[in-house]
Design a protein around this ligand. Structure first.
Ligand code: C2E
Ligand code: MG
Ligand code: MG
Ligand code: MG
Length: 278
């Protein structure tokens, strides 16, 4: 008994563990004030038409400029935000900010080749009964058309509560919003659910693209995903294109759209503006 207790005490005072606990809870706490303190920013990564090399749209990707820790990746703070429920506030902020930015780009007129902004939404946001209402409101304040907005959702969000998700997605679809299935192939039960959901676009996860040129199997899997999407009348976007070889193969497989470091990293607004005007 004493031994067990002793071990527990040791665990609590392990400096490494303690440091992790302190920093995670501090970040959790800091995150609550991040929107008010204007510490969140959006970067934008262009999505290209692989054939014409024109920018077809941009994906908004959130970053957190922490006063002490510097620029923090969403991979790190989105899970914290999901645990604390603070994700909804972040998702709302991203929606509004990305839509206002898209409106600004559209007012640049012919300089701006693209007219679509893709916005990642969490499972929470995806299951909000008032999501369509929220978006209607943003459309009326920004003057954007529904077709200017693509919402990126993941399979995980849909599988959590498929019946509710279908109702909400159909409302969004009726409004004219474009729906995209993000990280396709990494969730589970994708195939059995796919045709129930009114999604317009499949985004092939980066993990498949990085295996594309490694072996025959890697190529066959991507080929199969592309054919699946095409047979279901969906657009296909390849994520994380990093090499000329991957691009060449994707074009051979008739994948229409893609994004990745080969073309451009996610850019701050100023850099995106430069790209638009170049
Ligand atoms: P995602 O939506 O699948 O976004 C693609 C991620 O891949 C981005 O990471 C992007 O920077 C990265 N990426 C793009 N091209 C390449 C490439 O060629 N090579 C490599 N290695 N990476 C590439 P990021 O910005 O760190 O975002 C990570 C994830 O965080 C996103 O995955 C998305 O699930 C989530 N996320 C980002 N922004 C938001 C947001 O505003 N709201 C919500 N709810 N989630 C977000
Ligand atoms: Mg995405
Ligand atoms: Mg993705
Ligand atoms: Mg991802």
């Amino acid at each position: 008994r004493a031994k067990a207790k002793g071990r527990a005490c040791y665990a609590i005072f392990d400096p490494v563990v303690a440091q992790e606990i302190i920093s995670a809870s501090r970040l959790e706490n800091d995150l609550k004030g991040a929107i008010e303190k204007e510490e969140l920013t959006l970067y934008y990564q262009p999505i290209f038409d692989l054939e014409t090399q024109m920018i077809q749209g941009v994906e908004a990707l959130v970053r957190w400029q922490h006063p002490q820790n510097g620029l923090i990746s969403p991979q790190f703070f989105i899970p914290i935000a999901e645990e604390t429920g603070y994700i909804l506030a972040i998702d709302n902020w991203v929606l509004e900010t990305a839509c206002h930015q898209m409106k600004q780009w559209l007012t640049l007129g012919s300089n701006c080749q693209f007219s679509k902004v893709s916005i990642n939404i969490s499972s929470y946001q995806c299951l909000q009964k008032n999501l369509t209402q929220k978006i209607r409101k943003i459309l009326s304040t920004t003057g954007l058309n529904p077709s200017n907005i693509t919402l990126e959702i993941t399979e995980t969000a849909l599988i959590q509560d498929p019946d509710s998700a279908i109702v909400i997605l159909n409302q969004l679809k009726d409004l004219g919003i474009i729906l995209s299935l993000d990280d396709f192939g990494t969730g589970y039960s994708s195939l059995s659910y796919l045709h129930y959901f009114p999604v317009d676009t499949l985004k092939i996860d980066r993990s498949f693209i990085s295996n594309l040129s490694k072996n025959k199997e890697g190529l066959e899997i991507v080929k199969t995903i592309i054919n699946l999407g095409r047979n279901l009348n969906m657009d296909i976007v390849a994520e994380g294109i990093e090499t000329d070889e991957q691009l060449k193969l994707l074009k051979q497989l008739n994948c229409q759209y893609g994004q990745g470091y080969l073309f451009s990293k996610p850019l701050a607004v100023d850099d995106m503006n430069q790209l638009i005007n170049s």
